[in-house]
Design a protein around this ligand. Structure first.
Ligand SMILES: Cc1ncc(COP(=O)(O)O)c(C=O)c1O
Length: 496
């Protein structure tokens, strides 16, 4: 008889020590992830609870979360209305899967999305991740041309996700390994109409029609914080109209109020002249509790692609419109509207912009730029002369010459300092350059934002070289020395 496997129960799981969690991550999840997370000084603690913008560790330490869950937490952690809607759904023994029955939750959710979006952007397909929704949108653009066109254009700073199809349309340095791609993906310079036009001209078929089935773009790039001009988007829209190209906006990150409008493209005065054919959304659609995404299509485009019985189910997936996910999103959207969180993002944006601009004035040698708007802003940090330069000289030439490495080191050192000295959690965005991000939930208070800005001020007032040295030292310590340290009485150390 094989031995009975030792399974961990939910109750035991709630009491696992950090060392055990590390052990399971190393063995059954991803050893590299443990290395990376722990090199920032995070990952040494477990979080007991999370509310609004505050995380509480098992030891009772309170951490201010300025990451906004990387786009997921516009409502903050565990919004009471969203929790209540989920509890209500669970208490009813409600049906989750409904392939043979229609779901009122999916119906209401799709209705509300359509009601909030401009124009005829009204047909939603619900999926689970951003990349999955991006791929659904690309597939639909291809199908809308019945497979007669073969080219998809994306920008040269694009990030659309890590599945094979979404990655094919991504140019971000974060995806440094090239997997097999969907054929026909080409890039243009972001926000540069001449570049798009020349790509369109070079992809004409012999009969003079375009060979491009779709163009995908982030109206605001969440990883570089660059934005498209209104004029660029209007002209892009009219180019797509002339050439019959399906225009896809990826607002996976920027949607649901993050940048100060419900969706970023809605900020433009002439928004109705630059409507996409397909809008991709995810992240805060799930209210921080459900993994959910959607691509929302204009009715005529949807009908062209899937508007006949034979093709109606050509695109589907098991978890499409799962009950509790839908009720969560329904309440998340309604909460966003009822609590004026989109307007709140504008106020946050004003306070952040003013505070970060002041820091830029105060530390011009350390900050090269501030970018972004609403609750999605960031700083590009830069190294000064002196000790930092000597530190760099100690590194192998290839690494020392890599601008991104230097920026990564400085930004990581600042993130570690904010965490260790101020109990503030931040992150960096990784694309052509590295940006220190301020992307808080839309429920962050004025005082919490002030606390963040003042901690950043104190951090930047220090020598960045020393912060970097401290960061490198602590990394060496956590990697090579801490594992051999003798534990204090009763203390459990993470396994090496
Ligand atoms: C703009 C954008 N598109 C797509 C994605 C992919 O989403 P997911 O990670 O859920 O697949 C992301 C993720 O950060 C994103 O920021």
């Amino acid at each position: 008889m094989p031995p009975t496997p030792q399974l961990i129960s939910v109750e035991q799981c709630e009491n696992l020590a950090i060392s055990e969690v590390w052990k399971h991550y190393r063995r059954t999840i991803n050893p590299g992830q443990v290395e990376l997370i722990s090199s920032f000084g995070f990952g040494q603690e477990l979080i007991r609870s999370a509310k609004g913008c505050t995380l509480t560790t098992h030891q009772g330490k309170q951490i201010l979360d300025v990451t906004g869950g990387i786009g997921v937490l516009n409502h903050g952690h565990n919004h009471p209305r969203i929790l209540a809607a989920r509890e209500r759904f669970a208490a009813k023994d409600a049906m989750e899967v409904h392939k043979n029955y229609f779901s009122p939750y999916l119906a209401a959710l799709s209705h509300n999305i359509a009601a909030l979006l401009p124009g005829d952007l009204e047909i939603s397909y619900l999926a689970n991740s951003g990349a999955e929704a991006v791929e659904g949108a690309i597939k639909m653009a291809y199908k809308a041309h019945q497979g007669r066109r073969s080219v998809l254009l994306h920008s040269d700073i694009s990030y659309h996700g890590k599945l094979l199809g979404a990655a094919s349309a991504s140019a971000s340095a974060e995806l440094h390994f090239r997997y097999p791609e969907i054929p026909g993906c080409h890039s243009f310079h972001y926000n540069d109409l001449d570049s798009v036009t020349s790509m369109v001209e070079s992809h004409q078929k012999s009969d003079g029609s375009s060979d491009i089935y779709g163009i995908i773009i982030e109206p605001m790039s969440a990883s570089t914080l660059q934005q498209c001009d209104e004029n660029f988007l209007i002209r892009l829209r009219s180019l797509c109209d002339q050439q019959g190209i399906v225009l896809i906006y990826d607002e996976v990150f920027t949607g649901w109020g993050k940048t100060g409008e419900l969706f970023h493209f809605m900020r433009y005065a002439q928004a109705e002249r630059l409507l996409p054919d397909v809008l991709v959304t995810s992240k805060s659609l799930g209210g921080g509790k459900a993994s959910l995404s959607a691509f929302v299509t204009r009715t005529p485009v949807f009908k062209t692609a899937y508007g006949n019985l034979r093709d109606a189910l050509l695109h589907s997936s098991t978890y499409n419109g799962f009950g509790e996910e839908c009720v969560t999103a329904l309440e998340a959207i309604n909460t966003l509207v009822d609590e004026g969180l989109v307007e709140r993002a504008q106020t946050i944006g004003g306070q952040l912009e003013q505070g970060l601009e002041q820091l830029l004035q105060r530390y011009p040698e350390k900050i090269s730029a501030r970018r972004g708007c609403g609750a999605l802003q960031g700083l590009a940090l830069q190294g000064g002369p002196g000790l930092l330069a000597s530190l760099i000289r100690l590194l192998p030439l290839s690494v020392a010459n890599d601008e991104r490495f230097l920026q990564k080191l400085i930004t990581a050192a600042v993130i570690q300092e904010l965490y260790q000295q101020h109990d503030i959690l931040t992150y960096y965005a990784d694309n052509r350059e590295i940006l220190l991000m301020a992307a808080p939930s839309l429920v962050i208070s004025e005082e919490q934002l002030e606390r963040y800005l003042s901690a950043l001020d104190t951090t930047l007032a220090q020598s960045l070289s020393l912060l970097c040295l401290r960061f490198v030292q602590s990394k060496l310590f956590s990697r090579f020395i801490a594992p051999y340290r003798k534990p204090a009485v009763g203390e459990q150390l993470p396994d090496a």
